[in-house]
Design a protein around this ligand. Structure first.
Ligand code: NCD
Length: 339
């Protein structure tokens, strides 16, 4: 499974990822999901390596998913929680990271409420030639690459479970609805899905999707040697749900992130649900094969009706969680192999 073409030591944001890199991740994740379907679900790929989960912000699925991925690769895993750490005694984040480096950490998975923390730690690790790889598990509103990559794997897998390939995304309509302004998941998905050729439609009330939002995605697609690289990003903005849903292949709902809202940006949750909540009636505007997604955690009855989330014909939500482990195994394996 060795991949000699992979050269990134850190995965912080997907901004400059190429179609070819996405395809490598899909292929590697596919191999690991085959491993996870066996009776013995472990491979020795990272045996003897130390992976440290540095989570400065709460998390259920991302943290557990990285922990399980590390264990399935036979790595040793250390888990850091700020509540019971020396941060309380005034230690800086960089000193915390260096403490784990001194214990022999090879890869760090970092989540922080401030954008930029994984970048600063990666820069310091490179400056001192530590050889440590950094994986961003969510920093402020900036990026959440492993979530977008597991979403990509889930989408391609649902289109063709035998051979998930980014080419299947060409011309597919993906609607992202919800608190886009505060969402690192939306930002990372926009980079990956548009680079892979999907048509991405963003929908939210104007307070959660200001006009200038699109300005952040001007960066052209980095070409590579695959024939699949689309000429430009297809990214559209809507302030009304119904027209955006027309002909959609995938609808990704996002949580309203109250913890990141500095002012009252919505009249009420009831009103939000009335205008932007996904229910069966509204899904009739989409393709008959439409699938719904949500990165979790979900406010049932706000972003999506509860029955939709639990409908196995429509909902890819459990598949997103399952795909997360194979995808994160792929990411740890790929960056863990960079010398
Ligand atoms: C997301 C996050 O933390 O950014 N959740 C996740 O990682 N699965 C989305 C959210 O918190 O709403």
């Amino acid at each position: 499974m060795a991949d000699n073409t992979w050269s990134r030591r850190h995965i912080i944001s997907l901004e400059d990822f190429t179609a070819n890199e996405y395809q490598t991740i899909l292929q590697t994740a596919t191999s690991f999901s085959e491993v996870l379907s066996r009776r013995t679900k472990k491979v020795p790929a990272l045996q003897g390596q130390v992976i440290t989960n540095l989570f400065f912000e709460p998390s259920t699925r991302t943290r557990s998913s990285f922990e399980l991925a590390a264990k399935r690769l036979s790595a040793d895993i250390l888990n850091f929680s700020p509540g019971s750490s020396s941060l309380k005694k005034g230690e800086t984040i960089l000193d915390t990271a260096k403490t784990y480096l001194a214990m022999g950490t090879n890869l760090m998975v970092i989540r922080h409420q401030e954008a930029g923390v994984p970048t600063i730690i990666a820069q310091e690790m490179d400056r001192i030639n530590s050889g440590v790889g950094i994986l961003n598990a969510g920093d402020g509103q900036h990026a959440h690459p492993s979530q977008a990559l597991l979403d990509l794997f889930t989408i391609c897998n649902s289109l063709n479970p035998n051979n998930p390939h980014i080419e299947q995304l060409q011309g597919k309509k993906v609607v992202i609805v919800g608190d886009i302004l505060h969402s690192r998941v939306a930002r990372s998905n926009i980079w990956s899905l548009t680079t892979c050729g999907a048509d991405v439609h963003l929908v939210a009330p104007p307070t959660l999707l200001p006009k200038h939002f699109l300005g952040a995605f001007k960066q052209p697609i980095r070409p590579d040697h695959t024939a699949t690289t689309p000429p430009e990003r297809k990214l559209y903005l809507h302030w009304q749900l119904e027209p955006a849903l027309a002909g959609a292949d995938f609808v990704m709902a996002l949580r309203l992130q109250h913890e990141r809202m500095s002012q009252h940006l919505l009249p009420s949750l009831r009103e939000y649900h009335q205008q932007f909540g996904i229910d069966r009636e509204r899904l009739k505007r989409c393709k008959p094969t439409v699938k719904i997604m949500h990165p979790g955690p979900t406010n049932r009855g706000v972003e999506l009706t509860s029955d939709l989330m639990d409908d196995p014909e429509l909902s890819l939500v459990p598949m997103q969680v399952t795909s997360g482990v194979a995808t994160r195994m792929a990411l740890l394996y790929l960056i863990g192999g960079v010398k």
